[in-house]
Design a protein around this ligand. Structure first.
Ligand SMILES: N=C(N)NCCCC(=O)O
Ligand SMILES: [Zn+2]
Ligand SMILES: [Zn+2]
Length: 317
């Protein structure tokens, strides 16, 4: 079952699901790719509002069309993609919210779906990675973000949007031979942030590296590092320059363009992408849906990669 036909039902009519896709219950509860929202932002260190990100992305995704020329694929025809709604995470208890997200992800993955998660703040990457690692073992991670998110604690709290990847390394759920940050920039607390990050196994492609070396070379290098490992891609929308993504909680100048981000993702289409997230969209600071449109196209590229792989593995069977 595909999206609502926008030549018959105006695309601005009706409640928004991602890309006007059917809800999971409309396809019998089984999907190859489940798009799921996590309206949670209790883990933020600065501006709140990412709890509204998922629905803003859904609203902005009404204009997505069924054929993706950049990947020569019709993602919603190649595989069953459905909108699984939102995970009801407790806004008053971060630990409980993290457990809820992990349990909900376990259910979706057990049903055979790959997850395309719409945040929410970056805290949610930790329970999502836990769940993916239960299924696939330690995974390669490609992390697009202005920030490292490998800090230790904030106000003594372990689970925050600045700390998910340190926790994930500590828990042994990442394949430390294939960890990369892309788009990193901006001031840090000290040089030690970088030293510790490197010790955890991360490689860094800064935002300036992308500009100097170009998207093809960057994608080639990332592809080589990832190989055929199961891959998780986590995209903090603040990886984009505030001109391309003003609607986010911790903006940093000097970021990537949405064109660069989309092109790097297309260059990774052959990787074994097992699940992905797009997080940190905070619509209250957005203008003209700039950020939500960029996020919806980002999720569309990721969904296309997963759908193509699902179709290819079916053909190989
Ligand atoms: N994950 C995001 N977006 N930001 C982390 C920033 C952590 C800090 O305030 O230092
Ligand atoms: Zn960030
Ligand atoms: Zn982040």
């Amino acid at each position: 079952m595909g999206p609502v036909d926008s030549s018959r039902v105006p695309r601005y009519a009706g409640p928004a699901t991602f890309a006007r896709l059917p809800r999971l219950d409309e396809v019998g509860g089984r999907a190859d790719v489940a798009v799921v929202g996590v309206p949670f932002d209790t883990g933020v260190s600065y501006r709140p509002g990412a709890r509204f990100g998922g629905n803003a992305i859904r609203e902005a995704s009404r204009l997505l069309r069924p054929y993706n020329p950049a990947q020569d694929a019709s993602p919603f025809a190649l595989a069953q993609v459905a909108d699984a709604g939102d995970i009801a995470a407790n806004p008053f208890n971060i630990n409980e919210a993290v457990e809820t997200v992990e349990a909900a992800a376990d259910d979706l993955l057990a049903g055979g779906a790959r997850m395309m998660t719409l945040g929410g703040d970056h805290t949610i990457a930790l329970p999502l990675l836990r769940s993916v690692a239960k299924k696939h073992g330690p995974v390669a991670l490609l992390h697009f973000d202005a920030h490292l998110d490998t800090w230790d604690t904030y106000f003594g709290a372990e689970y925050t949007h600045g700390t998910p990847f340190r926790r994930a390394v500590e828990e042994g759920i990442l394949d430390t031979s294939a960890l990369s940050h892309v788009g990193t920039r901006g001031p840090l607390y000290g040089k030690k942030d970088l030293d510790e990050d490197e010790k955890m196994g991360f490689g860094i492609v800064t935002s300036a590296d992308v500009m100097r070396r170009g998207v093809d070379e960057v994608a080639d290098q990332l592809r080589q590092r990832i190989g055929d490992r199961p891959l998780y891609i986590s995209i903090d929308i603040d990886v984009l320059d505030p001109a391309h993504a003003p609607g986010t909680g911790t903006p940093e100048a000097g970021g990537m363009t949405s064109r660069e981000l989309l092109e790097i993702l297309r260059g990774l289409a052959s990787c074994n992408l097992v699940s992905a997230d797009v997080v940190e969209v905070a619509p209250a600071y957005d203008h003209a849906e700039i950020t939500a449109v960029a996020a919806s196209h980002t999720a569309y590229e990721l969904t296309t990669i997963m759908s193509r792989q699902i179709a290819a593995s079916r053909q190989g069977e």
